[in-house]
Design a protein around this ligand. Structure first.
Ligand SMILES: Cc1ncc(COP(=O)(O)O)c(C=O)c1O
Length: 401
């Protein structure tokens, strides 16, 4: 066998560097995980309560789940994404997956095997979550990019995006971030989503929604599902990858779902059988523990209500950090316009810092962020935000481009 070296994964490499740095001023803004105001991981109170209930249940066990996953999870997850009275009801198959990444992978393989035309390419936003290209290429797709971020203004390049959708051959696959776009934090407005849906319909494109941050964009799960629900109402067939890593804090428990919205209930048996086959071939059955936690929360109205409040709290803290960072940069007179810090949404901010500036922040100030200048705003807190702003200010003044 002749095996070439695989390219390093930027985020994983960053985590290794950050972990090895024991400097007291270290700030890790790399990992896309929520942190509390003391920089610690947060186990949501509803997760603690669901765990307590699971462990006090005399019937609790570690048996295999069925091939489609835990019904309490898949049905609750379906309602969460599509809403209670969705026009898709009765023609959606929801299957449990290994978190959002697993849902992306099953979707990628499914589309490769069944999407027509068979030479349809996958279009990902420029930029996008680093794993999208890898997942779709691994599944055998040709992956192309559509314009998304205007790198001058750090706003959505809606004209470029729509032009690229119009210019693509009919019937291509478009990967869309349902909300809280990673890495830019730039989401289309509702009006822009309507334009996107219109153009995609005209061109017969297939929407694949990746929804890893429902509840993190606006703090409201329904608002964050706007785009998906719009496309469903417009009659699209589509797939949705859904993760409970961020919004329920179940990162390592690998809890997620893939939803397939079909044109008609009559094709559900075929679609579900093929998705089950793919899942069986790769993971056999999904992981039980996180599913039981999430299923308990989704099924119990009281826990569900508390969970919504926790999501609201997390998104409120992130928003407060955006304002503190921006205000401090403005106060310091840091060259540049910093409005994008508060205009962007969700867990991330695309700062506009260059690769060299990012490197200088890492080596001189022990601040970790991805090479494209993305920070996880959840890593900021009232103890480190001044240091972060002062470091950015110093680097911008000294390290040119
Ligand atoms: C856009 C996007 N999709 C999917 C994922 C997958 O997350 P997980 O597999 O942890 O659910 C992430 C995580 O960072 C993401 O940002």
């Amino acid at each position: 066998m002749c095996v070439p070296q695989a390219p390093a994964d930027g985020i994983l490499k960053l985590s290794v560097l950050s972990r090895a740095d024991s400097h007291p001023a270290k700030v890790d803004l790399g990992v896309g995980a929520y942190r509390d105001n003391d920089g610690n991981p947060w186990v949501l109170p509803v997760v603690h309560e669901a765990e307590r209930r699971l462990h006090s249940d005399p019937n609790f066990n570690h048996e295999y789940l069925g091939v489609g996953g835990l019904p309490a999870l898949t049905s609750g997850a379906q309602k969460l994404i599509f809403g209670k009275d969705s026009p898709a009801q009765g023609r959606v198959y929801s299957m449990q997956t290994i978190s959002g990444t697993g849902a992306n992978m099953v979707a990628a393989v499914f589309l490769k095997q069944f999407k027509e035309p068979s030479d349809a390419c996958v279009y990902i936003s420029k930029p996008t979550w680093g794993n999208h290209r890898s997942i779709f290429e691994t599944a055998g797709h040709k992956v192309l990019e559509y314009r998304y971020c205007n790198y001058e203004t750090l706003k959505l390049d809606i004209d470029g995006m729509l032009d690229d959708m119009r210019a693509a051959p009919m019937g291509q696959i478009f990967v869309l971030h349902a909300c809280a776009h990673n890495p830019t934090g730039i989401d289309p407005t509702e009006e822009q989503w309507r334009e996107i849906a219109k153009v995609m319909k005209e061109r017969g494109h297939f929407p694949f929604f990746d929804c890893a941050y429902q509840g993190f964009a606006t703090g409201d799960v329904d608002s964050d599902a706007y785009a998906i629900r719009l496309f469903v109402a417009e009659g699209f067939e589509l797939l949705v990858a859904q993760s409970f890593a961020k919004n329920m804090g179940l990162y390592g428990e690998r809890t997620g779902c893939l939803h397939a919205v079909c044109q008609s209930p009559s094709v559900l048996p075929q679609v579900s059988s093929q998705l089950n086959r793919l899942s069986r071939a790769t993971i056999s059955t999904a992981s039980a523990y996180g599913a039981k936690i999430a299923g308990t929360v989704l099924e119990d109205p009281e826990l569900y209500g508390e969970w919504l409040m926790s999501m609201h709290d997390m998104s409120k803290r992130i928003l407060a950090m955006r304002w503190l960072l921006k205000n401090k940069l403005v106060k310091l007179g840091t060259p540049g316009n910093w409005d994008h810090v508060t205009e962007q949404i969700g867990m991330f901010s695309f700062t506009g810092l260059t690769k060299k500036q990012v490197e200088a922040l890492r080596t001189e100030y022990h601040m970790y962020m991805t090479d494209d200048g993305r920070i996880s705003v959840a890593g900021l807190n009232t103890h480190n935000v001044d240091y972060v702003a002062e470091s950015i200010d110093a680097v911008i003044r000294t390290v040119n481009v």
